[in-house]
Ligand binder design. Sequence first.
Ligand code: FES
Length: 61
Amino acid sequence: MDDNRMVCECYNIRVKDIKKAIEEGNDTFEKMERTMRLGVLCGACVTDAKKVIETLKGNTD
Ligand code: FES
């Protein structure tokens, strides 16, 4: 997965930011919602963000 791919445009959150959050222990969508505001503005990224999180948790390289 491309590290620089945009996941949440409202908060400028990219794949690399999701990876970092997982490494720091914020490894669920709900935790990222609280810590990074992932998905809280328009909500358009929620389905994709959840998919990205699951993919990265299964394969973090
Ligand atoms: S794109 Fe993520 S909240 Fe709008």
